[in-house]
Write a protein that binds this ligand. Structure first.
Ligand code: PRX
Length: 649
């Protein structure tokens, strides 16, 4: 076992006592909810699906997705762990999300309702969205973007972001969306890795009444990764930006050219053709580009959304994530549109200008399902119940959470105050790599606060020991997935070995996918996620690799070496605590702490800024030179150091 994958590192005393206290509290579903559920027999279906996953996914692929040409085979496992799904099938996700709806009664239905932080309202019917996407697909084509090319998208939360994604999908290009909160080096690394010749960005983005200079950051990133030949800039803030002649073009000008016609022939994609790359943090080195493909991903996200959130045509769905993360890709953009729903998108900060911003919008737009993260719930809970209660939230019928374990206290507040004790809470455990929900209740599943409950239909999840034996009830172990599923990542972009190493090495003999998480199952088979077992830190639900923050710190001229760990935090789940060894003659004072924080902010982004920076003379290392972060963590948290036999010094 590697040093970083030590299950003893994580048992966090607080999570432990939460689990013990909440394990026996059951919230059964209301009869009415079960009676109206899309899949009332979900619990039986779970048993049924696992008996024959190919038959199960075959049926879902036919139920939710249109195929230009049918597939010949549901699952090809001959090249495992490089699984193929719906082999030979031809499809395009933009066809299922838009083209087909624009021809039915849904033509007039709202696909997107968007509210800007400044209160601007924009709405798109399915017809209008389809036209905008066609226009932009023509623009991309006129710039030479073709099937198989990569396009990097670095924008604020504006409707043009999903439009750009869908247009890329339409032309058969592979999009790589980089979260607008990332900074220069993070963007530069992602552009270079994907080798994108086209970058789509905004002049700026609004956040808390201030603007973020996205175009400036993009310019610097391109300077560092000069593969980009063309930049398309959507004007959102109207701030002054530098436009490089011949390279940079305004979105609105391109969209008014004759070439931007509203007709576009959607490119037919093979089920296994790449759809997008999304960079996420792993144990070592730079973020890896997780690759999802055209066929299986669609089937998986449509099924999971339909079942878990019980979505219906009359719903107004609000996934409050950012489209730049997998949650946004799957559940703001693609799955809601495939299912023909109305998806609400809000541009800015949840508490701007007042702490009731979210509740005000939920009331105004009659939101029926709200899906967010524990860190947001805790943040809003802090302002007290009155901000919620001044709004009529009767339209909300379901609530959801994702991104990190939810503490039962936040769960109960969400349930009691936002959900009026009537809304089931759908706690969805999943990852960038899984494409969609993996362990989740549906409204018919009895709930326990803090547990993501049971694996989804067709998902064979378990908690096991290092040797692969299943753990006993309430024993902590490795969370693994034993059978493939259609939404699984297919590889790491440009680095298939890393895909195998990262996910399939730990349980190679058994052929299981290792999630990187530790978990336990209770006596009822309910899953309780404990946390990451590797060097990934979840800060406010954002996934960060210690390596990313460390390399930002050592890129500062005063820092010789750095190590980062995650330390539990009431609001953010975890915060980063950094240890730095300075170069000879440098003084570690408060000014340098501030300077280093600023440096991390410009290199990686605000989410990566350490809460604490501590200057040290040495770092604990193994004899092979690997930093033993668990010792640093034990020290910070005042815990016993455990096994130190591999410590060099
Ligand atoms: O540790 C788990 C945690 O988030 C990780 C995946 O992060 P990311 O790829 O950024 O995807 C987040 C959104 C899907 C997991 O390995 N995680 C995610 N959802 C939950 C969770 N931990 C506990 N409960 C959840 N519901």
């Amino acid at each position: 076992m590697t040093d970083s994958l030590d299950p003893n590192v994580h048992p966090d005393a607080e999570r432990e006592s939460e689990i013990v206290a909440a394990e026996s509290q059951i919230y059964p579903p209301a009869e009415e909810v079960v009676a109206n559920a899309n899949v009332p027999n979900y619990l039986e279906l779970r048993e049924e699906a696992l008996k024959d996953i190919e038959a199960y996914w075959d049926a879902r692929a036919k139920e939710f997705i249109d195929w230009y040409e049918p597939y010949e085979k549901v699952l090809d496992d001959s090249g495992a762990p490089f699984f193929k799904w719906f082999v030979g099938g031809k499809t395009n996700i933009a066809h299922n999300a838009l083209d087909r709806h624009a021809k039915t009664w849904r033509k007039n239905k709202l696909a997107i309702i968007w509210e800007g932080e400044d209160g601007t309202l924009r709405t798109f019917s399915y017809f209008r969205l389809w036209q905008e996407v066609n226009k932009f697909a023509n623009v991309l084509t006129s710039m030479g973007v073709q099937k198989g090319d990569t396009v990097t998208i670095y924008m604020g939360r504006v409707p043009e972001l999903p439009i750009a994604m869908l247009a890329a999908a339409k032309v058969g290009a592979i999009h790589s969306v980089v979260y607008g909160g990332f900074s220069e080096q993070a963007l530069a690394d992602r552009i270079a890795d994907a080798q994108s010749k086209v970058l789509i960005t905004c002049d700026g983005a609004w956040l808390r009444g201030k603007t973020i200079n996205l175009k400036d950051i993009a310019d610097e990133a391109i300077r560092r990764s000069p593969v980009v030949q063309n930049v398309i800039v959507f004007k959102r803030t109207g701030q002054d930006v530098r436009m490089e002649a011949g390279r940079d073009f305004w979105w609105h000008e391109l969209m008014s050219l004759p070439v931007a016609s509203t007709n576009f022939d959607t490119v037919q994609m093979d089920a296994e053709d790449p759809l997008f790359i999304l960079y996420t943090s792993g144990t070592t080195g730079k973020p890896k580009g997780v690759l999802h493909t055209s066929g299986g991903y669609q089937v998986y996200i449509a099924t999971t959304l339909k079942y878990a959130f019980d979505v219906k045509d009359e719903d107004r769905w609000w996934c409050a994530a950012d489209p730049g993360w997998i949650t946004g890709h799957s559940y703001i953009v693609y799955a809601p549109l495939i299912l023909g729903l109305t998806s609400f998108i809000y541009e800015g900060a949840p508490n701007f200008p007042y702490p009731d911003r979210w509740w005000k919008m939920a009331e105004k737009y009659g939101i029926s399902i709200l899906y967010t993260a524990p860190t947001a719930i805790r943040g809003l809970m802090r302002f007290g119940d009155a901000w919620v209660k001044r709004h009529n939230l009767d339209s909300i019928r379901l609530l959801g959470t994702v991104g990190e374990p939810i503490n039962p206290e936040a769960w109960r507040w969400y349930h009691r105050v936002v959900g009026r004790e009537q809304c089931p809470i759908i706690d969805t455990w999943w990852q960038t790599e899984t494409g969609g929900f993996m362990i989740t209740p549906t409204p018919v599943v009895p709930l326990k606060p803090g547990s993501a409950t049971l694996p989804f239909t067709g998902i064979d999840a378990d908690v096991v020991r290092e040797n692969g034996e299943s753990c006993d009830p309430n024993e902590d172990g490795y969370l693994v997935i034993k059978k493939p599923w259609p939404g699984m990542a297919r590889t790491v972009w440009g680095d298939p070995d890393r895909y195998v190493d990262q996910y399939w090495k730990e349980f190679e003999a058994q052929g299981w996918y290792f999630t990187g998480d530790s978990a336990r199952k209770d006596k009822d088979g309910y899953f309780w996620i404990i946390g990451r077992m590797d060097d990934v830190i979840k800060v406010s639900g954002y996934r960060l690799g210690t390596a990313e923050v460390e390399s930002a710190l050592v890129s500062h001229p005063d820092v010789a070496e750095a190590a980062c760990i995650g330390v539990p935090d009431e609001l953010k789940g975890n915060v980063i605590h950094a240890f730095c060894i300075l170069n000879a003659g440098k003084v570690g004072d408060d000014t340098l702490v501030d300077e280093l924080k600023k440096h991390v902010r410009t290199e990686v982004g605000p989410i990566a800024v350490p809460a604490v920076i501590e200057f040290v003379d040495s770092l604990p290392k193994t004899r092979s030179g690997k930093i033993m972060r668990r010792l640093l963590k034990a020290k910070v948290m005042g815990k016993p150091l455990g096994d130190t036999s591999t410590l060099a010094d």
